[in-house]
Design a protein. Structure first.
Length: 201
């Protein structure tokens, strides 16, 4: 049975306890006077994580060894971070030849290489003992605690973008939208999620 709730002139409704996903969607968007939000759903009182809510860029000044090889460690993230050296084109390090170790004393490298075990990219053909700048760009991720109804709000810090949630990829602008953030209420001992609908519907 549909339950109704009126808050601040807005009608909220719920089809029942299982209505936490909005129209079957486990991730959707909403907004209010505070800004834009993503709503994540899952098991009540657990943690949920989404990637793509903001961009993180790290520029680091590094020094090559006397063989002209520089080392850059790549952080774990989904999707894979983007690596640039000295502001040049991105390096597709996941497709580079793989090595298990490197020792300048045994000779340098003729080409770039990748050690997946240590997540280290080896940049070849640099100036021996010269400086270089590595730029790593990755999607920021947020972890939130879901409430008793099994959902939580995550601020969306920049415009449209690609989001990653529970192994799936989503486009922010294509997510279903509620006219207000949902409301969690305890009714007769059970927690129920109410969704906002425009007046007159």
């Amino acid at each position: 049975m549909r339950k109704l709730l009126i808050l601040l002139g807005v009608i909220f409704f719920s089809e029942g306890i299982s209505a936490t996903p909005f129209q079957g969607q486990q991730i959707y968007r909403t907004d209010d006077r505070r800004g834009d939000f993503i709503v994540l759903t899952g098991q009540p009182l657990t943690m949920a994580e989404v990637s793509g809510t903001d961009k993180i860029q790290t520029d680091t000044l590094r020094k090559a060894d006397y063989c002209g090889v520089g080392k850059v460690k790549i952080p774990e993230a989904t999707p894979a971070p983007i690596l640039r050296i000295n502001d040049e084109n991105p390096i597709n390090y996941l497709s580079l030849p793989q090595i298990s170790n490197y020792d300048c004393a045994r000779g340098g490298l003729g080409n770039n290489a990748w050690n997946p075990a240590t997540r280290t990219v080896y940049i070849a053909n640099l100036e021996p003992e010269g400086e270089f700048i590595s730029r790593i760009q990755r999607e920021g991720s947020r972890k939130i605690a879901l409430n008793n109804c099994g959902w939580g709000l995550v601020p969306m810090k920049y415009g449209d973008g690609t989001l990653y949630f529970k192994g799936q990829q989503y486009r922010y602008s294509q997510l279903l939208r509620t006219v207000r953030p949902p409301v969690c209420r305890k009714v007769n001992g059970a927690y129920i999620t109410y969704f906002a609908i425009p007046l007159g519907q």
